[in-house]
Design a protein around this ligand. Structure first.
Ligand code: ZN
Ligand code: ZN
Length: 334
């Protein structure tokens, strides 16, 4: 008999405020045990914001969470995804099949959907970037093999019927939610703002426990885009954030500031690492991340490393020789 090493995580539903339910769904990722979907009362049904990742049994977890608050998948009138990461839109296809609802998402979703359409080409592109960054061949080959066996966490093709772009309105019983484009964490990221009640569905742009991530290679400067998105969201003056992971939180401004500070710290650490000696991104990453630079976290941290360097390049502070592997150095101050 197979013994679980920890109690199985289960889906849970709870009312946060009248007309808004948090659906906490388990994730198979170390360090990120749950994600949130949100149900918003809308007429005779609900708008579902995000829907969790697809894996064996995951739809039953979503149904369990819905059932705990008296809802069913058949009540979903519209599925709105904050961004095209598998933990937020992975079950979209399954939810649509069951409910017949439309999927609304930002059109810049190729960072996920291109990988779904042509996994080999996407993997080849990522390997090329990793080699260019100075990653050693042996671990890279093992990583590629793992990726091939992993799957993407999708229940079927992710095909939005409606573009979730700046200013689009999602109606609910609490009033209208307005789409605020917030690229950075992902090019497809949006937040939804309910102005009268000062509520913000913040996805992964703002999390209660600050954690940074940026998709690399799909937009010119993910870190710069993220900082601009922080300014934009700060100006909304929301009082309650309903985020993609963790509990809802107040002090939205404090969280925006915390993100700004962490970005500034990391950029300083990258500047220091570059000042030590010119190096490849792969050599710079352990200088920046220290003991966090473990084999399990390397892919995640390398993606961020490339985004930091790209940002310093855009600011005119660092440059690369463009060779393979590429060497980065600080640019002499003008
Ligand atoms: Zn995400
Ligand atoms: Zn997420």
């Amino acid at each position: 008999m197979r013994k679980p090493t920890r109690p199985p995580a289960v889906g849970r539903g709870e009312k946060v405020i009248p007309g808004v339910w948090r659906l906490r769904l388990p994730l198979p990722w170390p360090g990120v045990p749950h994600c949130n979907a949100w149900a918003l009362a809308a007429g005779d049904g609900v708008v579902l914001v995000d829907c969790g990742m697809h894996e064996p049994g995951s739809l039953a977890q979503l149904e369990r969470a819905l059932e705990q608050v008296g809802l069913r998948l058949e009540h979903v009138r519209k599925l709105v995804c904050t961004h095209a990461h598998a933990d937020h839109c992975g079950q979209a296809s399954a939810v649509q099949r069951r409910s017949g609802c439309e999927l609304w998402m930002h059109p810049d979703h190729a960072h996920l959907t291109a990988a779904a359409e042509d996994p080999e080409a996407t993997l080849a592109r990522r390997l090329e970037i990793a080699r260019q960054s100075g990653a050693p061949e042996g671990p890279l080959r093992r990583w590629a093999e793992q990726r091939r066996n992993q799957g993407l966490g999708l229940s079927g093709p992710v095909v939005p019927q409606h573009d979730l772009v700046e200013g689009v309105v999602v109606e609910s019983d609490l009033g209208d939610w307005t789409v605020i484009e917030t690229p950075g964490h992902a090019p497809s990221h949006v937040c939804l703002h309910q102005a009268e009640r000062r509520l913000l569905l913040s996805g992964d742009h703002l999390l209660g426990r600050i954690s940074l991530y940026f998709d690399y290679g799909w937009s010119p400067d993910p870190v710069g885009e993220f900082l601009a998105s922080l300014d934009k969201v700060d100006a909304l003056d929301a009082r309650l954030a309903l985020s993609g992971h963790g509990r809802p939180f107040t002090d939205v401004h404090g969280h925006v500031d915390g993100n700004r500070r962490l970005v500034a710290e990391r950029l300083d650490a990258v500047r220091d690492a570059l000042a030590d000696a010119p190096a490849t991104p792969y050599q710079l990453a352990p200088r920046v991340y220290g003991e966090d630079w473990t084999p399990e976290r390397r892919t995640w941290l390398m993606t961020k490393m490339l985004c930091w360097l790209r940002h310093l390049d855009m600011r005119g502070e660092a440059s690369t020789d463009g060779e393979s592997p590429e060497i980065w150095e600080l640019r002499a101050a003008a």
